[in-house]
Design a protein around this ligand. Sequence first.
Ligand code: GTP
Ligand code: MG
Length: 369
Amino acid sequence: MFKFFKDKIGRWAKKISEGSEVKDLREPEKIVEKKEIPVPMKFNEGMKQFQSDTDKLEDISEEVEEIAKEEPGTRGFFEKVTSRIQKVKISDDDFEIYGEELRMLLLENNVAFEVADKVVAQLEGEIVGKEFLRKEIEAEIRDVLKGIISDILIEPFDIVERIKEKTQDQSKEPFIFLFVGTNGTGKTTTVAKIASFLTKKGFSCVLAAADTFRAASIEQLKYHGKRIDVKVISQDYGADPASVGFDAIQYAKKNFIDCVLIDTAGRMHTSKNLLKEIEKVAKVCKPDLKFFVGESITGNDAVEQVKSFDWAVQIDGIVLTKADIDEKGGTALSLGYVTKKPILFLGTGQEYNKIEVFNKEKFLKELGL
Ligand SMILES: Nc1nc2c(ncn2[C@@H]2O[C@H](COP(=O)(O)OP(=O)(O)OP(=O)(O)O)[C@@H](O)[C@H]2O)c(=O)[nH]1
Ligand SMILES: [Mg+2]
């Protein structure tokens, strides 16, 4: 997962560190001219001379030891050491080039324009004009980027706790989930995966086959229900989806079932009528959580989708499916940024157990940050 982003960010940070303005830390009179360097020089002699030349510098003994372990080769001792203590400053001009490269890199990796702009502008504010030690710049830029991206991703809440809060109450009201999204993003599979996840956590579940539109959708949900041993409430094709959801809630109340998961038909985010229909399901069923199910691989299009569904039903969280076949990873950033809603689950395959509770730290690591 997310391999592309990871490799490229590393290379970009390296490039900016190599290409930026280089300043020599040493005072001018202490700079040892290249011609004065005896080559080849024994390590101990070199060390002594270097230390007397640089006694005002910070402790670099660790680096020197590291260099000493290097194969004796073409690079002179001083060349090796000084290259490690050079300071690098990223100027406005440097950033103009590298910032643009980063923007392109983010866009290529499915990060939406507005999010890429924000990341680049924020990074510019934090690194331009600042001095970095050359050997540390790559790590420092990664850290700054990590902070920026971490702030964009909304911290996910614990759905198990949310369910407990509601279902432990004496009212015995079931906890209701509504799943929405465009066609084929993985809603039905996600309903089954989350029901299976919740069953393992000790909650009883019922599924509502509220996709009464697509051919074979009811049979598909019933097939999943059978395999995970969860009851499915359905009506006929063409029935009102809100009424199917309502039936499932009544069934849950009567049978003391903890959770109702309502599957809905995939619909274009541009269709006002279909968005009105999903609004009605939300009004009638009053879900506790409304999940937008989007594909990790969709990129910029998913941004438009999530905006429409959020506008129609005010989503509470996002499930990103097909993360297993996404090498980029930018969609999570974009959706989180435009909705200010958390990613709660990642779909990572076609089996029921291929669902992960979204973990920000793990995700940042996957991105190589
Ligand atoms: N690789 C992979 N495939 C997935 C994942 N989630 C769903 N799928 C596959 O995506 C396809 C569509 O899944 P569905 O669950 O039917 O999607 P849907 O959103 O309900 O589709 P509609 O009801 O037609 O809108 C199926 O082949 C699923 O097996 C995932 O996390 N990873
Ligand atoms: Mg479906």
